[in-house]
Design a protein around this ligand. Structure first.
Ligand code: NAD
Length: 258
C-alpha cells in the first residue's frame, strides 16, 4: 500500500532520520534524504537506499533557509511526483544555563527544530491534498512534554512542534492526511554514543555508569530507545490502520514521561 509513494525526510543523513529513510524504502517508498555530513558517506547511504529498488534523492537544503526548504519539497514534486509522506526530523541541541545561552544558538535551534517544520508543511500540504492522501510525522522528543534544565531552546522548540502537530492535524483532519509527533526518550544514535567516553573521563566514572546514571537517569527502563523502534512507529503511522491517529504525541521513552 505504501509502494510507489514519495517521502521527504529532513535530517536523514544520520541517526533516526536515516533509519526512517531505510524503513520506508524497504516498503517501496521513493525518498528524498536531507542533512549535512561527508559527501562520500552521504552518497554511500543514498546508493544503499536506492539498492532497495526505489528512487533515492539527496537534497542538501539547509533547514534554516526557507527558500532551500521550498526547493526540497519542489524536488520531491518534480522528481518523485509529490510528497505523500513528510517527516520533520532535523534537529540540533545546545546545553547551557539561560543567562549564558548564546542568541545564535537559540535562533538556530528554533529555526532547525521548529520553524523548518512550518515551512515544509506549508509546501507539502497542498501536494498531499492534491494526492488525496498524506502523512506528516514530526520527530519531537520527551522534551515536547516535559522540561530539563539548561535546554531552553530545545525544550521550547519541541513544545512548539507539539503545538504545530496538533494545529495542522485539525486543519487537515478531513483530507485523508494525518499529522503526529513521535516523542522519543534517549535514543542510541552516533550523537549519544560519542558523548560517553568524554563524560566518563570528565566525571571519573565508567562508561556503563555514564549510560545508566547520567544519560538514562530520567528513563525508567534504563535502556536506550533504538532507532529501529522509533522508525517502526513511523512506519505504522503511514499505514491505513493508523488513519484515525492524528494530532497525537506518541511517546517512545521507556517510561520517562509516565
Ligand atoms: P543526528 O545528529 O544523528 O541527526 C540529525 C540530522 O539533522 C542529521 O542528518 C543532520 O545533518 C541534520 N541537520 C542538522 N542541522 C541541519 C540543518 N540546518 N539542515 C538540514 N539538516 C540538518 O541526531 P538524531 O539523534 O538522529 O536526532 C534526530 C531527531 O530526533 C532530532 O530532531 C532530535 O531532536 C530528535 N530526538 C533525538 C533523541 C536522541 O536521544 N537521539 C531523542 C529525542 C528526540
Amino acid at each position: 500500500m505504501l509502494k510507489g509513494k514519495s517521502a521527504v525526510i529532513t535530517g536523514s543523513t544520520s541517526g533516526i532520520g536515516l533509519e526512517y529513510a531505510k524503513v520506508l524504502a524497504s516498503e517501496g517508498v521513493n525518498v528524498v534524504i536531507n542533512g549535512f555530513g561527508d559527501a562520500g558517506a552521504i552518497e554511500k547511504e543514498r546508493a544503499a537506499i536506492e539498492a532497495k529498488g526505489v528512487k533515492a534523492l539527496y537534497s542538501p537544503a539547509d533547514m534554516t533557509k526557507p527558500d532551500e526548504i521550498a526547493g526540497m519539497i519542489k524536488l520531491a514534486e518534480t522528481e518523485l511526483g509529490g510528497c505523500d509522506i513528510l517527516i520533520n526530523n532535523a534537529g540540533i541541541q545546545y546545553v547551557s544555563p539561560v543567562e549564558d545561552f548564546p542568541d545564535e544558538k537559540w535562533n538556530a535551534i528554533i529555526a532547525i527544530n521548529l520553524s523548518s517544520a512550518f515551512h515544509t508543511v506549508k509546501h507539502a500540504v497542498p501536494l498531499m491534498r492534491k494526492a488525496g492522501w498524506g502523512r506528516i510525522i514530526n520527530t519531537a522528543s520527551a522534551h515536547a512534554k516535559v522540561a530539563s534544565p539548561d535546554k531552553v531552546a530545545y525544550v521550547a522548540a519541541k513544545h512548539g512542534i507539539a503545538g504545530l502537530t496538533k494545529t495542522i492535524a485539525l486543519e487537515t483532519a478531513q483530507d485523508n492526511i494525518t499529522v503526529n509527533a513521535i516523542c522519543p526518550g534517549y535514543v542510541w544514535t552516533p550523537l549519544v554514543e560519542k558523548q560517553i567516553p568524554d563524560t566518563a573521563k570528565a566525571r571519573g566514572i565508567s562508561e556503563e555508569e555514564v549510560k545508566r546514571d547520567v544519560i538514562l537517569a530520567a528513563q525508567p527502563t534504563k535502556q536506550f530507545v533504538t532507532v529501529e523502534q522509533v522508525a517502526a512507529l513511523a512506519l505504522f503511522l503511514c499505514r491505513d490502520e493508523a488513519a484515525s491517529i492524528t494530532g497525537a504525541l506518541l511517546s517512545v521513552d521507556g517510561g520517562w514521561t509516565a
